[in-house]
Design a protein around this ligand. Structure first.
Ligand code: PGA
Length: 265
């Protein structure tokens, strides 16, 4: 069975609606030849860009996601956004607990759990971001941190709900302009530990949950990560915000995976 490979980007607090529309349209036209039965492409733009992005490209070509969500259905939560609102404007998925949300906006594994619950209960895909800090890595507790983030964040999630669950492993120290690209052995190690916890938690169904890698992925290192059997997708920031560069990374990655992993992909 062919395992789907995932390519996605979160555009953070960059790009207006107009820029987002141009970006997604370019991306779709540059990746027309990419087999969507073997590869899933997604973009997570700002909330205000979602609707116009949705109206400008087909869901079959590109999934779109929200960068966050509140756990309540509605209520007195000024400045927040609900799953229903995101679904209404065409979101297919919701990213939860990106490291910038954890670091800058006080989000925790507990709030991630509530957001995950709501998202999965409403039938959207949840992309749960996990990753250790530089201190955690230096102390040597990467494995323990990932396990805790998974066990707390996924508390109460059923085996059935995992059909809509994706994980992004993004070491905090590897993300953004100050990030250091991770060694591929470290990526492999962490992905294997994440897989182990998912299987422990959900039985054999844990083997089916995609685990994407993110953190300073670029044209030079993308294929190193993507040819690891433990990596099921790439979640890219800066290097994906130029549609041509993103498309190049996608095409290079698909070709390298076929070459290195052969029939198993
Ligand atoms: P980066 O961002 O690729 O620019 O490091 C990754 C992320 O924040 O998901």
């Amino acid at each position: 069975m062919t395992q789907i490979f995932y390519f996605g980007t979160n555009t953070k607090m960059y790009m207006t609606s107009t820029q987002t529309v141009e970006f997604v349209q370019n991306l779709v036209s540059l990746t027309k030849d990419v087999n969507r039965e073997e590869n899933t492409l997604f973009v997570i733009p700002s909330f205000i860009s979602l609707e116009s992005a949705r109206n400008s490209v087909l869901r079959d070509d590109l999934l779109l996601g929200g960068q966050n969500v509140h756990w309540e259905e509605e209520g007195q939560f000024t400045g927040e956004i609900s799953v229903k609102m995101l679904t209404d404007i065409g979101a297919d998925l919701i990213m939860i607990a990106h490291s910038e949300r954890r670091q800058l906006f006080g989000e925790t594994d507990y709030t991630a759990n509530k957001r995950l619950m709501t998202t999965l209960n409403k039938g959207l895909i949840a992309l749960y971001c996990v990753g250790e800090s530089a201190d955690h890595k230096d102390i040597g507790i990467t494995q323990e941190i990932l396990r805790t983030q998974l066990l707390v964040g996924l508390h109460g999630i059923t085996v059935e709900q995992t059909r809509n669950l994706w994980i992004a492993y993004e070491p905090v120290w590897a993300i953004g302009i100050h990030g250091q690209p991770a060694d591929k052995n470290h990526v492999n190690f962490s992905h294997m530990k994440i897989r182990k916890t998912l299987v422990e938690r959900f039985g054999s169904r844990g083997n089916e949950i995609p685990i994407l890698y993110g953190g300073s992925v670029n044209k030079e290192n993308a294929t190193d990560y993507a040819t690891l059997k433990s990596v099921n997708g790439l979640f890219i920031g800066r290097s994906a915000w130029d549609a041509e560069l993103f498309s190049l990374i996608i095409h290079d990655t698909i070709a390298s995976r076929k070459k290195v992993l052969g029939d198993s992909v």
